[in-house]
Design a protein around this ligand. Structure first.
Ligand SMILES: NC(=O)c1ccc[n+]([C@@H]2O[C@H](COP(=O)([O-])OP(=O)(O)OC[C@H]3O[C@@H](n4cnc5c(N)ncnc54)[C@H](OP(=O)(O)O)[C@@H]3O)[C@@H](O)[C@H]2O)c1
Length: 242
């Protein structure tokens, strides 16, 4: 069986950690994990996990991509998980009065620009397998059509912009490198630090474990036949309207 290598970016997050554990438990599957965190906080002592640190600036992204290139490995899967909903800089806006420029910029920087910068440098510089499958963690809230309740201006619009960038990239890549497939993925509400303050009104059966979401995502990526080079899917593999 040929060895497969997955690249996971934003590797210390709740969903990313579960994905990494699942992938390295598979036979002949290695992971290159990239995080702001300098140490592997997953505490898995495995030769199959290569932990690289990056602060997501363009200089750091370029040097990380060079490090991966120097490893001489072909990449089969890329999963980008970076995202922020609340931290000491931002919290979801409930109404127009809550909008401010710094907060919007912060959402766009992390949820939209960082994933796109990684894709730019990875796709242009790395050796990817001909049928490389690329998933980026988006959110149903980024669906313009699905927006019935409003609110969360910054998070919502940063994911909508991410989706548009992904779709635009997929159209270009279909011409330049057919075979590479893109997935904009909605994990559902998942029990991680990101959703923790907002879980009170979520029914128990609708709050997923990171492990369940990781299993669903990896299964969807495995089934991807590359016939459609981009899809916006939820955890159940169902299409989400753009
Ligand atoms: N949990 C949910 O209910 C839910 C629902 C819909 C969509 N999502 C999406 O799923 C993805 C993963 O979320 P999660 O639930 O696993 O959340 P999480 O545990 O908070 O992980 C978030 C990830 O984003 C990265 N990140 C956070 N702040 C950052 C910053 N300032 N600069 C750069 N990177 C930063 C971190 O990467 P480092 O390793 O570099 O620290 C971290 O791995 C996100 O894109 C989120 O929007 C989650």
């Amino acid at each position: 069986m040929e060895k497969r290598t997955s690249l996971i970016i934003g590797a210390s997050g709740g969903i990313a950690t579960a994905i990494i554990k699942r992938v390295i438990s598979q036979q002949n599957s290695d992971v290159i994990a990239i995080s702001r965190s300098t140490t592997d906080n997953i505490k898995i002592n495995s030769q199959k996990l290569h932990w690289l640190s990056s602060d997501n600036t363009e200089t750091s992204i370029l040097s990380t991509v060079k490090t991966i290139n120097d490893m001489g490995i072909e990449i089969d899967n890329i999963i980008i998980t970076n995202g922020v909903l609340h931290n000491n800089v931002v919290k979801p806006e409930k109404r127009l009065e809550d909008i401010n420029a710094d907060q919007l910029r912060h959402y766009y920087d992390i949820n939209t620009i960082i994933p796109m910068l990684w894709l730019r440098h990875l796709l242009l510089n790395l050796s990817l397998s001909g049928s490389c499958s690329i998933a980026v963690l988006s959110a149903r809230i980024g669906s313009i059509e699905d927006n019935q309740i409003g609110g969360w201006y910054g998070y919502r619009s940063s994911k909508a912009a991410l989706n548009m960038l992904l779709k635009t990239l997929a159209i270009e890549w279909q011409r330049r490198h057919p075979g590479v497939s893109f997935l904009s993925f909605h994990p559902g509400t998942t029990d991680t630090a990101l959703s923790a303050p907002f879980q009170a009104n979520v029914a128990k059966e609708k709050l997923f474990t990171p492990d369940f979401v990781a299993e669903q995502l990896l299964s969807i990526m495995t089934k991807s036949d590359n016939a459609t080079n981009i899809q916006f899917l939820d955890w159940a593999g169902k299409e989400v309207p753009w």
